[in-house]
Design a protein around this ligand. Structure first.
Ligand code: HPA
Length: 275
């Protein structure tokens, strides 16, 4: 049996045949938010299907490819589309790319997603800085023997979302006059959307947003000692807040509509990042 370190080594060896660029920042682009990838210069474009030990991307509107290129003078690795627990993969499989990024020497990770808003003041298209999360997925990607090569058995999660990166995001948003909301993101397995009763529960927990990703990746990134910034695009108000059903199509349409603003903010953040 190969160890995780050996697997990650094979993946990195494969990626290094595609580009000599050494990425410094990782970006995971969520549902409908892949547009930033089009802005990269000198990009190597690598479909997930080609990459050793990656699983296949099956979520709608996830391009399923990894890009390594330059953005605002920095070298970035960009995932256009991610893996979700609801696709039927294990939490280890969906978070594997984060371990690859950590071993490639990436120090800062930017996670993005589409989410449902739990706060009545939110509107579709709003961007929200994630200040903390609640893992309500009923699973943790670190369950099982700890691999000391990646991080400690019991990682501290008290400052998962790096305060200095959150400040930098606030500053970038202010400079671009893009309103940036803030709140706690609750991770839910999906793929069914939540019920109104669940949404009332999550509101009482103090969550401002709900979505089907990000939390497992943040746990693995934190375990590996990466700095983390996470930003959600609110694509809809969560179930029961408005008297209307929620659809996967509506999520993609709303995320795409916010794509330009979202991309401008992310580019400005990358610009301002000190490595
Ligand atoms: N719930 C869960 N995930 C989501 C939602 C939602 O309302 N909108 C976008 N992703």
């Amino acid at each position: 049996m190969m160890t995780e370190t050996q697997r990650v080594g094979e993946t990195i060896a494969y990626l290094s045949t595609k580009t000599s660029l050494k990425p410094e920042i990782g970006l995971v682009l969520g549902s409908g938010l892949g547009y930033l990838g089009e802005q990269l210069e000198d990009a190597a474009v690598i479909p997930y299907g080609e990459i050793p030990h990656f699983v296949k991307s099956t979520a709608p509107d996830h391009q399923g490819r990894l890009l390594i290129g330059r953005l605002r003078g920095k070298t970035v690795l960009c995932m256009q589309g991610r893996f979700h627990y609801y696709e039927g993969y294990t939490m280890k499989q969906i978070t594997y790319p984060i371990r690859v990024m950590a071993k490639m020497g990436i120090g800062s990770l930017v996670l993005t997603n589409a989410c449902g808003g739990l706060n009545r003041q939110f509107s579709p298209g709003d961007l929200m800085l994630i200040t903390d999360h609640i893992n309500f997925m009923g699973m943790n990607p670190l369950i099982g023997p700890n691999d000391d090569d990646f991080g400690p058995r019991f990682p501290d999660m008290s400052k998962t979302y790096t305060p200095a990166l959150a400040d930098l995001a606030r500053k970038a948003a202010a400079d671009l006059h893009i309103p940036l909301r803030e709140g706690v993101y609750l991770g839910y397995s999906g793929p069914s959307f939540e019920t109104p009763a669940e949404i009332r529960l999550f509101q009482s927990f103090g969550a401002s947003a709900v979505g089907m990703s990000t939390v497992p990746e943040a746990i693995i990134a934190r375990h590996a000692g990466l700095k983390i910034l996470a930003i959600s695009c609110v694509t809809n108000l969560a179930a029961g807040i408005l008297d209307q059903p929620i659809s996967g199509e509506e999520v993609i349409v709303a995320a795409k509509a916010a794509g330009k603003k979202f991309t401008a903010l992310l580019s400005e953040i990358v610009d301002k990042m000190e490595l």
